[in-house]
Design a protein around this ligand. Structure first.
Ligand code: AMP
Ligand code: ZN
Length: 453
């Protein structure tokens, strides 16, 4: 079997993936700030993470996936200045910050389902981990890494050696980037807020008591506190979009390595941007903002076409959105669906030759364009339709294009999926996972019997 290689932003190299524990991998993906709808740029990052998680499972690992919901503390300025995005959303909508968070969290989950993204095992909302965040700041304070100024408690980045280990930028460049927002009281431009104080003259919807005064946590502290709380020592892979490298993830690493000691996550992976024509990043703050609803559903285009389109571009390369590229993806995806439908409903055996090729592609840092080329080669080959069907449905465990919904036979797509995951676990001698999956299938009212083949 080919080794799984993933590009690690920490080393700027493709590395052979080595899990901390043998059976289960911890995966933490930075989630949405729920003050508005997700745009299709955000969704590109979540699709990359979904493919990653599915590829890990395809390699026989079980994955414990945690995704946060930022429902407080993410300010409009990257450097802890400006307004809380949730409070801003609340004013815009004429609702409380709590209601805004709930509404856009639900909208976000509905979007993920439309593009067949698997749900994480655990959603963590920042507002539900306030004590953990306060405890973490206390540890940082005890170790002498914090200081208090008029608007909050800050982390002193000058005290942390290797502050630039993730960004690989020299410290002057990082400081220059941070200087865009002036806060004269900070000791260093890159210092960041751990706890912000509520304004003196008004009451926020979301605020809590703390040893330093009433206020709310800074944005970066939530991901450190929640990943540690939920994954503990399974800190394998941490993901986000490339815009998180220089500030958010850099700060997470600094505060976590100080507080917990040792390395905070072994692999850091980042997805490149979806740009609009002309190379400009799609952003929530701009008018160029397209949602799944207005770019796809409203036009009668299956949202899965977007997932199919993103698979053509490697996740570390910028992708340009254009109506033309979506039309091409639409016909490509329809063609694939027709090819699968034409195979009938009966599944034979997975074709090893093509499975090896497919694995080689995904294990080369998720080369999905090459994986899709293998799908086409396989479908055009001389093998039996039954075997082609078994193979393409097996590949769809990674592609996540809902191809099993096109097939009609006695088992539901859900049961077929569980059965396939169990086959993979068994092939990899992962008996705990295979037993767990057998129980899950049996709980749904089926009997599982293992025949020779
Ligand atoms: P946010 O809701 O703004 O915190 O962003 C959610 C996720 O989307 C983060 O991982 C960002 O890095 C990512 N992201 C933001 N804009 C883009 C874009 N244009 N293309 C791809 N990913 C993006
Ligand atoms: Zn985060």
């Amino acid at each position: 079997m080919t080794e799984l290689k993933l590009y690690n932003t920490l080393s700027r190299e493709k590395e052979v993936f080595k899990p901390i524990r043998k059976g289960e991998i911890g995966l933490y993906t930075c989630g949405p700030t729920v003050y508005d709808f997700a745009h299709i740029g955000n969704l590109r990052t979540y699709i990359f993470e979904d493919v990653l998680k599915r590829a890990l499972k395809f390699n026989g690992y079980s994955v414990k996936h945690v995704m946060n919901i930022t429902d407080v503390g993410h300010l409009t300025g990257d450097m802890d200045m400006g307004e809380d995005k949730l409070e801003k959303g609340a004013r815009r909508e004429g609702k409380t910050a709590w209601d805004v968070a709930k509404f856009f969290e639900e909208a976000f989950i509905a979007d993920l389902k439309k593009i067949n993204i698997e749900m994480p095992d655990k959603w963590t909302r920042a507002t539900e981990y306030i004590n953990e965040q306060i405890d973490l700041i206390k540890v940082l304070a005890e170790k002498g890494f914090t200081y208090k100024i008029s608007d909050g408690v800050y982390f002193d980045t000058a005290k942390f050696e290797n502050y630039n280990k993730l960004s690989h930028l020299d410290l002057d460049t990082l400081r220059e980037g941070a200087r865009v927002e002036k806060n004269e009281e900070k000791r260093n431009p890159t210092d960041f807020a751990l706890w912000k104080f509520s304004p003196q003259d008004s009451k926020r919807d979301m605020e809590w008591e703390s040893p330093w005064g009433i206020g709310f946590p800074g944005w970066h502290i939530e991901c450190s506190a929640m990943s540690k709380a939920e994954l503990d020592d399974q800190l394998d892979i941490h993901c986000g979009g490339i815009d998180h490298i220089n500030v958010h993830h850099t700060n997470e690493i600094a505060q976590s390595e100080v507080a917990f000691g040792g390395k905070f996550f072994n692999y850091w992976m980042h997805g490149a941007f979806l740009n609009i024509e002309g190379g400009k990043k799609m952003a929530k703050s701009d008018d160029n903002f397209l949602t799944l609803e207005n770019a796809f559903t409203k036009k009668g285009i299956n949202p899965l076409v977007y997932k199919y389109a993103t698979l053509q571009t490697h996740y570390r390369k910028p992708m340009e959105y254009s109506e033309e590229s979506i039309l091409n993806a639409q016909s490509g995806f329809a063609h694939l669906q027709n090819q699968v439908r034409a195979l009938g409903g009966e599944e034979g055996y997975i074709i090893k030759e093509y499975k090896d090729e497919f694995l080689k592609a995904i294990n080369d840092d998720l080369n999905m364009a090459s994986a899709l080329a293998t799908v086409q080669e396989m479908l055009k080959s001389e093998y039996e339709n039954t075997d082609k069907l078994a193979t393409v449905l097996d590949f769809d465990l990674v592609l996540g294009l809902g191809l099993n919904n096109l097939i009609t036979n006695d088992l539901s797509p859900e049961i077929r999926n569980l059965q396939k995951l169990r086959d993979i676990a068994r092939q990899n001698n992962n008996w705990t996972e295979s037993d767990r999956l057998r129980d899950e299938i049996q709980d749904k009212g089926y009997v599982v019997e293992d025949a020779k083949k």
